[in-house]
Each structure stands twice: as C-alpha cells, then as structure tokens.
Design a protein around this ligand. Structure first.
Ligand code: 5AD
Length: 475
C-alpha cells in the first residue's frame, strides 16, 4: 500500500483540511508515513497569507525533490491548499518535478488523483477549479490516527471569505463564502461526540458570517447526510429553538450546544464586526460555549482600520471587549495585529500600542505586513520600510508579552477547570489540558486523565503555559 506524508503550513483550517485528506487516503488503504523520506507520496498543504509562508513551502518542496533525485527515489509530490489555488500551474513551471497541484475546493479529490498518478495514467494534474458544494466535503476525521481517542476536534462549517480586507489574499485563495447546513454539521459533531470527543472548535475563514448568504437553507437536510448517531434523539428543526431571530451562526451554536456528551464549544476565526448582540448574549446563555474569544484587531488606528476596510472603529472594538467581559467575566481575549501596513505612521502605531494596553489581551499574534499580489494594499502609497516593520514588531511584541505574563501570573494560586487532551509533546510524563479560557496547563498526569474535566490549582507559570497540581485540589 502506498504511504503518504502530509506537511501543513498556516492556520487551523489548513490543519483540518490536511486531516480530512489524510483520513480520505487512509480509508483508501494508504498508510501515513512518519517522514517525507519514507513516503511514496508527499503533499504540502500551503499558506499564502504572507510571502514568508509561501517561500517556506516552495523551498521545502525544492529540498524534497532534490533529495529524491539524488537518492534516485521516485516519489509523487504535490502542493495543496491556498498557494496551490493562487499560483496553480505556475508552481509546476517553477518546480517541474511536482506532479499535483490541488486547489482549496478540491481536497476531496486527492485520492482519485493520486491513484491516477501512481498508476501512471496521468503525468501531471493541476485542478484549481471552483466546485459547487465543496464546502461540505471536509468532514472525515482521523480520530484514531494515534490509536487513542481525540478529546478535541475541529469541524469545518464554511469556506471562503467576502470581507475583502485590503491586505488579505484569502478571498482569492478560498473563494466566496459558502456554508454547510446545520443538520450536516450537527451530524458530524454528534458522531464525534459518540466517538469520545468532548470539545469541538467550529472552523471557517470567517465563522461569524456563517450562513448569511444561505439564510433559511441552512436548516435543509441533504439526502446524502448520515443519520444521527443516536436514533432516539429528536430530529433537529429550526422551530424547536427559542431564538428565531438570532443570526445563522448563533443558531448553529445553539444546535451544537444540544449535543449530549459535548462539554465545550469554541470557534475560530470570527470578525469583530460579526459579534452582534445575539452572539455576545450567547456567551452568557450557553454554558458549553467557552469563555474565550479571538478578536482580530489588525490596528488600533481608525485611519488604518478604514484603509484596511475592516468595518469597525477603535471605539466599537473597545466596546465589544467590554460587552464580552460583562457577559462572561474572565473571558480570554486574543487577537491578530498587523504592523507596518502601508501608510502606518508612528502615531497610528501608538494607537495600536495604547489599545493593547487598554484591552490587555491574553495573547496577540503579531504580523509584519507582507504585500500580497492583487490586493489593494500592495499598490497603496507609503509602503513602510522593512526596518520600521521589524522595529514596530519588536516593540509591540514586548508590550503584549509583558501584559500576557502579568495575566498568566495572576492565575497562580487559583483553581481552574481543565479538559485533559493527552501527554505533552515535549515531555511525555507531563499531561496537557486547556482551561475554558484557552490557556494550556501542564501537570503530572497519566492516561487515566485523558478526556477528563479536572480541577487543578495553578502553582507557577511559564511562557504562555500554566503549571497545575490536581492533587492539591483533591485533598
Ligand atoms: N500581511 C501580514 N499579515 C497578514 N494577515 C493577513 N494578511 C496579511 C498580510 N498581507 C494576518 C492578519 C490575519 C492573520 C491570519 O494573518 O492579522 O488576521
């Protein structure tokens, strides 16, 4: 049986797409290889959000092809995902030994195409066409990939983005927003819960826009849908829910919330302007919805927010953080920020610093602006010199790290509930879990703890990590 190695770059949506491809291939008899050198097929699932991510994948492929050539091995190689979509055949022009280029609406065709390539029926395959209903094809999971049950799973609820932020390439790589139906998503979540999953993260490029274009069709039951895992469960129907007026995304949260066996629900990534009052209220109303929100800010300057086409102001954003904290005191707030967007002045940047001081994020992912092809920002005047982008990156990083360290330290001595995920990757004697507000906790644990909701007392902190002791709580 052929073996396959998949390497993933970029976001959680990419991780999820890779998992679905791996599950599809395993179902066809492929085995998962531990390294690229040992594999008959190597697939790189790529990211286009910054130039650096693209270059990393291109260099990696160059190395893989070079090694295979020098060791006289034949290997089928392919690019998948965002860069495959945006660059298409150009990737084969650049690296002629690459066999497959698979776009973001074609992940479900991986097995069929690899069969053809392995059988020598076709020499090269490039497929980056749009495909109707492809948003509903990312549904298979690899829960038993490690012979242990996963505690936490990711479920893709939609594809694409219509926001057209001026810096962002995603609308070009992921296409228009398309959402799966609620019964389809709930069936997948139920099946996961029946297989032992306790926590589900709903995924999409812009989950707060879920179902906005489909509206009532989100309740449609499709004919090829699997039946609920529990036949006695009442069938889902819209009218059984109390809040007919809520947004499609909140309707979805409510439907997933009903699933027995699920303990925790999260979602990513949202848009701050998608947090209507119904979503804020959902935090107060739905106990399984974890008190954690990722709110991509991008900039604290109104002038830049406008140039970025973000659709909110600094004041609106601050208002949202206050509302969320009122709805769920202790909610963990994280963010994404771009430094050095075209035209960003020192004053604009200081607005970002001051907003970070005011909000006190639990963590912030900071990105140096990277011009992306065919995006409006790439052609804007006053591109910020690389050295200035670097310098602002460091200053902001220092600030957010200081704030985060203080916020983490404040946990010392406190008791928190964690969901135990499994052994820590770095030290197998330690087990890892997450608090409801999405902080990682390490403790001396064992297999018996996996999947448990446990109370631990936090004893000390490390870099973005809490160290807990379950024994102290249990005496
Ligand atoms: N340059 C730098 N960062 C970017 N992001 C998106 N596009 C760019 C770009 N051109 C960042 C945003 C987004 C995160 C996923 O990546 O902060 O929220």
């Amino acid at each position: 049986m052929p073996s396959v190695f998949i390497k993933t770059y970029g976001c959680q949506m990419n991780e999820r797409d890779s998992e679905a491809v791996a599950a599809q291939l395993v179902a066809k008899g492929y085995v998962l290889a531990k390294s690229e050198a040992a594999a008959d097929v190597v697939l790189l699932n790529t990211c286009s959000v910054r130039d650096f991510a693209e270059q990393k994948a291109i260099n990696k492929m160059g190395n893989i092809l070079g090694t295979a050539r020098s060791e006289q091995r034949t290997q089928i190689t392919g690019f998948m995902g965002c860069m495959a979509q945006s660059r298409g055949r150009e990737l084969i022009d650049r690296l002629p030994d690459v066999d497959l280029v698979l776009g973001t609406q074609k992940f479900h065709r991986a097995a069929e195409y690899l069969d053809e390539l392995l059988a020598g029926k076709r020499d090269k395959i490039v497929d980056v066409e749009a495909e109707a209903k492809s948003e509903a094809t990312i549904r298979e999971h690899l829960l038993n990939g490690s012979a242990k049950t996963s505690v936490s799973a990711f479920v893709s609820i939609m594809q694409g983005c219509n926001q057209h932020c001026t810096f962002c390439i995603v609308p070009a790589t992921r296409g228009e927003e398309r959402s799966r139906t609620i019964p389809d998503i709930v069936a997948e979540c139920r099946e996961l819960a029946a297989r032992g999953v306790r926590e589900i993260t709903l995924l999409g490029q812009i989950v707060t826009s879920y179902g906005r274009r489909e509206q009532r069709d989100i309740w449609q039951v499709t004919s090829d849908m699997k039946q609920p895992a529990e036949p006695h469960e009442t069938p889902l129907c819209h009218s059984s829910l109390s809040t007919l007026h809520s947004s499609p995304f909140v309707q979805l949260l409510e439907a997933v919330h009903e699933i027995d066996g699920l303990e925790r629900i999260r979602f990513t990534s949202p848009h701050p302007k998608g947090y209507g009052d119904d979503l804020v209220a959902a935090y107060a109303r739905l106990p399984k919805l974890c008190e954690s929100a990722h709110l991509p800010l991008q900039s604290g300057s109104d002038r830049l927010l406008k140039l970025m086409h973000r659709g909110y102001t600094r004041e609106k954003f601050l208002g949202l953080t206050r509302k969320l904290r009122r709805a769920r005191p202790g909610i963990g707030l994280t963010t994404d920020i771009i430094v050095g967007f075209p035209g960003e002045t020192e004053e604009d940047f200081e607005q970002t610093l001051s907003l970070c001081r005011e909000v006190e994020f639990d963590n912030a992912y900071i990105f140096k602006y990277s011009p992306r092809r065919d995006t409006p920002a790439a052609a804007m005047p006053d591109q910020v010199p690389v050295a200035v982008r670097e310098e602002r990156n460091h200053r902001l990083l220092d600030l957010v790290n200081d704030i985060a360290a203080r916020k983490y330290d404040a946990f010392i001595g406190r008791q928190v509930q964690i969901l135990v995920e499994g052994p820590s990757r770095k030290n197998a004697a330690r087990y890892t879990g997450r608090t409801r507000c999405n902080k990682i906790v390490l403790f001396d644990g064992g297999e018996r703890h996996r999947g448990q909701l446990m109370d631990v007392k936090i004893e000390r902190t490390g870099s973005f990590t809490l160290y807990g002791d379950p024994a102290i709580v249990n005496v």
